[in-house]
Ligand binder design. Structure first.
Ligand SMILES: C[S@@+](CC[C@H](N)C(=O)[O-])C[C@H]1O[C@@H](n2cnc3c(N)ncnc32)[C@H](O)[C@@H]1O
Length: 272
């Protein structure tokens, strides 16, 4: 198979629609998944129409685990009566179409190029109204203001999803984003996040550097935040989230050195 670093020039990663998100979406399109009564079970495949990549098979276990975890949380939120589902770094996530439900609004935030391509794809399959797309670069944009402009109601509870995102953000950006979400999360809100963890006793910057080298994907978005579990939990707590559940998931890499693995967490707003 052609390595990603050859297939996707750096320009594409920096300025075009997210490559990693397309690879994840194509992997997800091959999975058996739940959907809502009014949702489209074929949404992910339809959204991926024409994408030119062949995702590597080793990605599948990690993507399958986090996909079923997040699908479960979306279903639970809808059953619990939450009417706002906010996905940060949504990429080609299909949940607004797959779990379409009367009265539930899906907000998705991502970079401009990815959002433009996603909007065109949603129009092409005639479901543009299923999702409110908002443009944000979490390094510079305030998610609080972006969500307010998009019509998100901070007085009503939401499910916030950060799936496959935080690993791509530096620590300060993770802190700011998680804090902004907590500020829009009244009681009853839930955060579902996937994180990348490494074993205690290693320097996190060295683990990130080694992990990026071993991906053979220098041209796609680099990983930036991989931490020991305790530091992830502290990051969430400092940002205003109380973790209520944690699950392991397979590392989204062939290389699981430094005890690297995925961590799936659910959290509630810490403030009473
Ligand atoms: C691996 S993809 C995951 C996409 C989606 N959550 C999923 O699981 O299918 C990471 C996504 O995060 C987005 N992302 C990365 N850094 C970002 C930033 N600074 N601001 C906004 N979005 C960002 C990318 O554009 C991409 O769509």
């Amino acid at each position: 198979m052609t390595s990603l670093s050859v297939a996707f020039p750096r320009l594409t990663a920096m300025h075009g629609p997210s490559v990693t998100s397309q690879v994840v979406a194509l992997t997800r399109a091959g999975l058996e998944r739940a959907h809502s009564a009014g949702g489209d079970p074929d949404a992910q495949r339809r959204l991926c129409e024409g994408m030119a990549f062949t995702p590597p098979g080793w990605l599948q276990p990690g993507i399958a685990a986090r996909t079923s975890f997040v699908d479960e949380q979306v279903t639970a939120a809808i059953v619990a009566g939450l009417q706002q589902i906010v996905t940060c770094g949504a990429g080609y996530d299909d949940r607004g179409v797959r779990f379409r439900t009367q009265g539930v609004r899906f907000f998705e935030l991502d970079h401009p190029a990815t959002q433009a391509d996603k909007a065109a794809r949603l129009r092409a399959i005639e479901v543009a109204d299923a999702v409110t797309l908002a443009v944000a670069d979490f390094r510079i944009d305030d998610a609080d203001a972006v969500l307010a402009r998009a019509g998100h109601d901070a007085g009503q509870p939401s499910l916030f999803i950060c799936e496959g995102l935080l690993i791509y953000l530096d620590l300060d950006t993770c802190r700011r984003l998680l804090g902004a979400l907590a500020g829009r999360a009244p009681s009853g809100s839930v955060l579902a996040a996937s994180l990348s963890a490494h074993a205690e006793g290693f320097d996190s910057a060295a683990v990130v550097a080694a992990a990026n080298r071993s991906r053979r994907t220098g041209a796609v978005e680099p990983w930036r935040t991989i931490l020991p579990v305790a530091e992830h939990l502290r990051l969430l707590a400092d940002a205003g989230w109380r973790v209520t559940e944690q699950r392991w998931s397979p590392a989204s890499s062939l290389d699981a050195s430094h005890g690297r693995h995925g961590l799936l967490v659910l959290a509630s707003p810490a403030a009473p």
